[in-house]
Design a protein around this ligand. Structure first.
Ligand code: ISL
Ligand code: CA
Length: 611
């Protein structure tokens, strides 16, 4: 157990201390090597009270001491379908519109199941399709057992599920149970004075200093009750009170309802936020400024999180042998092991977001992403995992701008970079999650003004920036750099324009539509299909060991995947400059370049060699 007399380096040696200090140093863009060097290594926690405040020191001690159990690793990797699968995330509102009302729908998805099967997809992750007022595009659920009218009905959904299964694909849904919509029956009954349902949410006489992820205070005043109510996200997304066993039973029942139907599992939205520290103590203002959201340390890895997850798994997942991947913003590598190691009986995988922004940057910063950082983070994560752990590999989702636009200085290398990143996701050790459009080398879009922007997070942030005195032009540039809408425009199946879509139409006719790429031999789409097929016949890319080579050589990633006598070596140029090739004269099995230089890797070259 650590205490206030523990030194920084002693804390860094603990699993949770390592996560917290790594995250802090990354946010401050400071070299973590300083932690184990004099004088920092000898600094005692109590000496930090003057800097971070007594409360933060106590919170740090509590968080680090919260994990006393040592994870005992398993002797070998347990084969699982979700360790072998390629996942594909569909954002239903923007995937395919079958009835021409400008909104994606379930029949549209059904019409593209063969496309996904041919792509090599094994499991679809469907972002929310439940009844919702769409304040946050379905992440504000009004009725968990009703399908959003714009997308279809339960019969459509059952047809979709059947369509996946008959093609040998699985389907997981998105479970959003940290909060419900304020239009949910439970919340409406709470507002009507029903005590039972008031205990489903977090009402207080006075707010604390917690900030919402979507700007402003995390508390809304409900006139009718004379109370404040907690909403970590929009004021129409009301946090559920997971301390209440009735809430936990409601959630388990919803999960069982879909598992009974044959759904193969769930992605659990911000599931690490469900356990808030008792008494809802104020957040530390210093940490709040650093981590952007005051109060986050009081709930991002809360005191009963493991207990709640174990209970939900036992009651609603294990009876169906269903799969669970948690979305866990802020959770570090070691916290992720406590949430997913197979000895823990909680989640199977988590999404850790630490690799998505380079140190010192947040999503709304307009900067060029250095892929050397991605290399470092992938290796660091991989090195910390035992055979009872597993890693989710992803670069995009519906909450982030397109990775190509973060990396590219000019779009000349758009196609080769898209293929290189696909190749990396499909050859590194872990389960690849592809976001819709990533197979098409999608870029960010040239939204022209805030009027084009639909995302509640972006619109609230724009308002907050303006109110802070920033000019409209500058505020829009900030939004343009990080808006989640870049990932939420309609997929271009062909060059048909969608004039009355829910979001601005960007049918660019630039030869990157699905139809155009199916016809073009060296398209990003055709490369993805080839890579996915290659992965399926090379178990060394799934269960094989990963051995990094010349790891310290900058701008290049070189690693071997080995399973018994099968071995492949992957060599990647992480930059738009030629770099010397390490593997010379080896038989090349796959590459994103048809003709290669014998001595140099071309910009963003990705090559798999035998052995
Ligand atoms: O971008 C993020 C993580 O990369 C965060 O801004 C994100 O909003 C956070 O991880 C929570 O995301 C999830 O919950 C939100 C919803 O808006 C997001 O779409 C969902 O992925 C509230 O339900
Ligand atoms: Ca439609």
């Amino acid at each position: 157990m650590i205490n206030k007399n523990s030194t920084i380096s002693q804390i860094f040696q603990t699993p949770i201390g390592n996560d917290i200090l790594s995250k802090l140093f990354m946010t401050l863009n400071m070299d973590q090597g300083l932690i184990n060097k004099f004088p920092l290594s000898k600094v005692k926690l109590k000496h930090l009270s003057s800097v971070m405040g007594e409360d933060m020191v106590n919170t740090l001690v509590q968080l680090v001491n919260s994990e006393t159990e040592k994870i005992i690793d398993t002797p070998a990797i347990t084969p699982k379908w979700w360790k072998e699968a390629i996942f594909y995330q569909i954002y239903p509102k923007s995937f395919c519109d079958a009835n021409g009302d400008g909104i994606g729908d379930i029949q549209g998805i059904i019409s593209k199941l063969d496309y996904l099967k041919d792509l090599g997809i094994d499991c679809i992750w469907l972002s929310p399709i439940y009844d919702s007022p769409n304040d946050d595009n379905g992440y504000d659920i009004r009725d968990y057992k009703k399908i959003m009218a714009e997308m279809g009905d339960m019969e459509d959904f059952k047809q979709l599920l059947e369509g996946c299964h008959t093609r040998g694909m699985k389907l997981i849904m998105d479970l959003v149970v940290n909060h419900t919509s304020d239009e949910h029956e439970w919340y409406q009954r709470a507002l009507n004075g029903e005590k039972k349902y008031q205990d489903y949410y977090i009402f207080r006489d006075q707010p604390n200093n917690w900030k919402s992820f979507f700007s402003g205070s995390a508390w809304k005043y409900e006139e009718s009750l004379g109370k404040y109510v907690l909403h970590l996200f929009s004021p129409k997304q009301m946090d559920l009170n997971w301390e209440n066993p009735d809430v936990r039973q409601e959630v388990a029942e919803i999960v069982r309802f879909y598992h009974e139907m044959g759904v193969d599992g769930f992605r659990l939205d911000v599931i690490n936020l469900i356990s808030k520290k008792a008494g809802l103590p104020d957040g530390n203002e210093t940490i709040g400024k650093m981590m952007e959201f005051t109060g986050i340390e009081q709930y991002y890895y809360g005191p009963r999180l493991h207990e709640f997850l174990r209970e939900l798994r036992a009651e609603a997942f294990d009876p169906y042998e269903a799969f669970a991947v948690g979305e866990t913003p802020g959770v570090g590598i070691e916290m992720g092991r406590y949430l997913t190691h197979e000895s823990r009986g909680e989640l199977d995988l988590i999404f850790n977001f630490d690799h998505l922004e380079t140190p010192g940057h947040v999503r709304f910063d307009d900067y060029q992403y250095d892929l050397n950082f991605l290399k470092e983070m992938l290796y660091r994560y991989h090195d910390r995992l035992g055979s009872g752990d597993w890693q989710a590999l992803f670069l995009e989702n519906h909450d982030n701008p397109r990775i190509l636009s973060k990396v590219l200085k000019n779009s000349k290398y758009r196609n080769v970079l898209a293929k290189m990143l696909q190749g990396l996701l499909l050859t590194f050790k872990g389960t690849p999650f592809i976001f819709q459009g990533q197979e098409l080398a999608s870029l960010n879009l040239p939204f022209s003004s805030i009027e084009d922007i639909r995302d509640v997070e972006s619109r609230n942030k724009y308002q907050e920036l303006i109110e802070s005195g920033m000019s409209k032009e500058k505020a829009f540039q900030v939004i343009l750099a990080g808006s989640r809408d870049h990932a939420r425009v309609m997929i271009n199946w062909d060059d048909t324009v969608h004039p009355k879509g829910w979001i601005k139409d960007f049918t660019l006719g630039d030869g990157y539509s699905v139809q155009a790429q199916l016809e073009k031999a060296n398209s990003s789409l055709r490369f993805f299909r080839k890579m996915a097929a290659f992965r399926k016949v090379h178990p060394e890319l799934i269960y094989g060991d990963l051995i990094s080579i010349n790891r310290d050589k900058k701008d290049v990633m070189l690693f071997e995947r080995r399973l018994y006598d099968k071995a492949l070596t992957i060599e990647i140029n992480l930059t738009d400059k030629p770099v010397s090739r390490s593997l010379k004269g080896r038989k090349v099995l796959v590459s994103n370049y048809r003709n290669r230089d014998r001595n140099y890797l071309k910009p963003y070259e990705f090559t798999i060699c035998k052995g």
